[in-house]
Ligand binder design. Structure first.
Ligand code: NAD
Length: 361
């Protein structure tokens, strides 16, 4: 929590990892200098298959520093993909990785940092925010292992809003709500502190204002920059705090049913926020204020509607049996959350998110 007027500042600790950030439309041109200042001379460029045009642009900026390209990154970082990328990194004699794309590409770069100590520079093209965190994940079969490790945190990130212009309105909306989820959970985390709160409040304000502009006109570079800066701040807040029920539920649903990551966040965020509301009034007041709404629930639900995200968990194919399984998995392991996590509570959240109805308080 950050102090409001008249409140005590409190006692807290926080860590703020050093990272070199280049921000602004056209910043891709700085990628070569950023990579060189990270001490990398021969990089493996990793991406997802859809970003070939951006990869070509990055290659022309990096020139001879590109020792190899691996553009088969996939959602949830499959272990087999990591193994193939490692072979390519070794074949190329790479001394570092440049990951260009959304969370899937950057997640692969982190896996290479974890497995082979290859330093990472990230060029994000969505609002997922992985470029600012030390959080990694690798999926083997149905099991997704995750952790935090400073070695995987990118040394530098190049934010060029020009690379986000191709994001369709639907992905912009859901990816933006993924970023908002980082900020919301940072506000009520057990290790929340004024620095993270400062970032989270500003992130929510920027994203709530810019996402409707971005979805109305995906080519609006100014709105794209405000959304990207909001996503950066939200990810910084996420990196400084512990994740709660919302992220846990999204991981469970993503892992068990291979749901699209950003859309799952966008569907669940208003419901999990409403569930936690009675236990975290200050954070809810911050969310409502950032969204200019009467409550966090009304603000997030209305924003989601305005962004055109109308899907429910049922639309994604989840029936009662899947919701039961997800509820069981979500309560199987303890994790921090402001309101105690009960199976009944989680099942009610999932039911509301499946039917698209307002949550029970
Ligand atoms: P993604 O990286 O899977 O991208 C989704 C799709 O959008 C892909 O097909 C990609 O090629 C395409 N795409 C990316 N940028 C685009 C652009 N500018 N224009 C058009 N298409 C574009 O999706 P995501 O939501 O960015 O990332 C999700 C993954 O990131 C999940 O695996 C999630 O667990 C992880 N993640 C990790 C962290 C962390 O801190 N470790 C944070 C957030 C998300």
């Amino acid at each position: 929590m950050a102090p409001r007027d008249g409140e005590a500042v409190g006692t807290f600790t926080y860590r703020f990892r050093p990272v070199h950030v280049a921000f602004g439309a056209g910043s891709l041109a700085q990628l070569g200098a950023v990579v060189a200042s990270a001490g990398m001379r021969r990089v493996l460029l990793v991406s997802t298959p859809g970003r070939r045009g951006d990869v070509a642009a990055a290659k022309s900026v990096l020139g001879a520093a590109v020792a190899g390209v691996f553009d088969d990154a996939a959602p949830h970082v499959p272990a087999a993909t990591v193994a193939m990328a490692l072979v390519e990194a070794r074949r190329a004699g790479a001394d570092g990785t440049v990951a260009l794309g959304g969370g899937s590409a950057i997640g692969l770069g982190k896996a290479l940092a974890l497995r082979a100590d290859l330093p990472l520079v990230a060029v994000p093209t969505t609002y997922a925010g992985s470029e600012m965190t030390a959080i990694w994940g690798i999926t083997d079969g149905e099991k997704k292992e995750t952790g935090r490790d400073d070695r995987v945190a990118p040394r530098a990130a190049v934010y060029d809003a020009g690379l986000t212009l191709t994001m369709p309105a639907a992905l912009s909306a859901t990816s933006g709500m993924n970023a908002m989820a980082h900020a919301v959970e940072a506000l009520y985390a057990p290790d929340a502190q004024p620095m993270a709160t400062l970032f989270a409040r500003e992130a929510l304000r920027l994203l709530a204002a810019s996402l409707p502009e971005v979805t109305r006109d995906p080519s609006d570079v100014g709105a794209r920059e405000r959304a990207l800066w909001g996503a950066h701040l939200a990810a910084r807040a996420l990196d400084m705090t512990s994740m709660g029920l919302h992220h846990k539920l999204c991981h469970v649903l993503g892992g068990a049913f291979a749901l699209p990551h950003a859309l799952t966040h966008a569907i669940l965020l208003p419901y999990v926020t409403a569930y936690n509301a009675p236990a975290t009034e200050g954070a809810m007041a911050d969310v409502a204020a950032a969204l200019g709404a009467a409550s966090a629930w009304t603000g997030l639900a209305a924003l989601r509607q305005r962004l055109g995200v109308t899907a429910t968990l049922r639309d994604l194919g989840l029936g009662p049996a899947e919701l039961d399984r997800a509820a069981d998995e979500a309560v199987a392991r303890a994790y921090p959350n402001p309101r105690p996590v009960t199976r009944e509570g989680v099942r009610a959240i999932l039911e509301a998110a499946a039917s698209g109805t307002a949550p029970r308080s």
